[in-house]
Ligand binder design. Sequence first.
Ligand code: GLY
Length: 269
Amino acid sequence: MTGSEIRQKFLDYFEKNGHKVVHSSPLLPANDPTLLFINAGMNQFKDVFLGNEKRDYARAVSSQKCIRAGGKHNDLDEVGKTARHHTFFEMLGNFSFGDYFKKEAIAYAWDFLVNELGLDTERLWFTVFEGDDVVGPDDEARELWIEVGAKPERILGFGKKDNFWQMGDTGPCGPCSEIHYYMGDDPANNLAKWVNGEGDTTVEIWNLVFMQYNRTQNDDGTFTLTPLPAPSVDTGMGLERITAVMQGVKSNYNTDLIKPLVDFAAKLA
Ligand code: GLY
């Protein structure tokens, strides 16, 4: 499958499941002084999550162009060192604005990866939020992954750094659950230690954010989490990463999305 076909398959799958297909927004945020560049698919829906804006749909799907070269999500320092980070990339995402929540988000993600793309479940790992002093552990997400077919020993708990997502210092946020994929050749090396570990042996491919709070800054510089008007869903899957998985290559740079650009530049050089 080409990268373009994977993008289209994702949009078609969620459209078939009642989601409105929404275009990528421009890379420069239209009306958000908290961001220099668009860093996630959810940015254009920020006010919808906050309840400040109503749309005529409660489910959306998009392939959003993103730049992560500064601020809260800064991949710049990783570019050139890993096989999976870029400053510019495309993020596939499905969104629920107070419509479905964890159960459906997890069921859709499993169905798309396992039944639509045919990924080997033996290579999949899942992470859930293990809780902190403000938000409790996400045992519900763990149970839901088991319900859809994940092996309990493949579900790992992580803290705020990996499993609590926020677009910036302020704005919508919530615990998240990530799906990771083992890229190695040796089944004996398909180990828990690579999940959120060193290198590209196991890579995060998709993040499901269970949007529940708005994070605001107080006058004294501290932050407060206030529940959103309705629990919502925001997901993000790197198009280049899932394309590398589907094309059986170990680096995003060897996918048909990027390799022709590198070859072209090489020829000019
Ligand atoms: N908004 C979800 C993500 O960027 O991972």
